[in-house]
Design a protein around this ligand. Structure first.
Ligand code: NAP
Length: 258
């Protein structure tokens, strides 16, 4: 099985890519900064990383670049079975009235257009060969809960979820199924950026300081395990499948927190 993970240079994307590799999948990664190969020791594999790993510098706002990346993955691994649109940004944080229009444009370009370009590139590939595929859009609770100071982020994640649902309907006859996954609160650079916001810009910031102080994060390997079992692996998948539009899926609490 071949998976693409966008935004894999750090944070959740890097952990997802390493986890998929450890499960025996071939993995193609991208971000504006070319992702590093995961540490071989963490992959528990007898194969070398190079056999099942590729990484490219791609900006998801660049539709042509993303298409070329998809083509290079197919050339290298023969096909793409899973596409995870994970690349995302939180900035700008603050009331909309204070937002720089260029910052808004950049936000939407990554969080909305990036998901559109990726879904389109993947759906075109799935249409060209038999076997279907799984589209996973990394969303957020912000898609369905309004937070003051997160106007662009709430709006872009809601848009990404709806786009994913539409693609799930449009591509069902080609065997593509689509999920939006809300992963929980993760200990990444995005969270550091959130904590750096003033209470005036982001009134709920205290909640994120508390999570940080208590170490009350969602474990990213658990997120990867949930994505594989709930979305990707037909043997363990227990969420609805093709023909139903997309499924909006929240990663549950880990039953055995470590
Ligand atoms: N952290 C959380 O608590 C949390 C909660 C819910 C949902 N999420 C979602 O989870 C996803 C990953 O977030 P994270 O916390 O891991 O964030 P992160 O640590 O800031 O990582 C974001 C990743 O996206 C890449 N990226 C950003 N803009 C890009 C672009 N235009 N083209 C290509 N790659 C781009 C970054 O790499 P480059 O800068 O090198 O391009 C990086 O690899 C995001 O969609 C986020 O909204 C996060």
């Amino acid at each position: 099985m071949v998976a693409v993970v966008t935004g894999a240079s750090r944070g959740l994307g890097a952990v997802l890519a390493a986890s998929f590799l450890a499960r025996g999948m071939s993995v193609a990664t991208c971000a504006r900064t070319r992702p590093d190969a995961p540490d071989a020791a963490s992959v528990h594999s007898t194969m070398t990383d190079d056999d099942r790993w590729m990484a490219s510098s791609v900006d998801v706002t660049d539709a042509v670049g993303l298409d070329q990346f998809a083509a290079s993955v197919v050339e290298r691994f023969g096909r793409i079975d899973v596409w995870v649109s994970n690349a995302g940004v939180i900035a700008p944080i603050g009331p909309l009235v204070a937002a720089d229009p260029e910052a808004l444009r950049a936000h939407v370009a990554t969080n909305v257009l990036g998901v559109m370009h990726g879904a389109a590139a993947f759906a075109r590939h799935v249409r060209r060969r038999p076997g279907g595929g799984v589209l996973v859009t990394v969303s957020s609770g912000a898609a369905t809960s309004a937070y003051e100071g997160w106007g662009p982020y709430c709006a872009s994640k809601a848009a990404a979820e709806m786009l994913t649902e539409v693609v799930g309907l449009e591509e069902a006859e080609h065997g593509l199924i689509a999920y939006s996954v809300s992963p929980g609160v993760l200990d990444t650079e995005m969270q550091a950026e959130i904590r750096s916001a003033s209470i005036k810009a982001f009134p709920a910031v205290d909640r994120f300081h508390r999570i940080h102080a208590e170490g009350n994060w969602t474990d990213m390997e658990w997120v990867a395990e949930c994505i594989v079992t709930q979305c990707i692996d037909p043997a363990t998948r227990d969420l609805p499948v093709a023909g139903s539009g997309s499924v909006r899926f929240r990663v549950p609490d880990r039953p055995d927190p470590r």
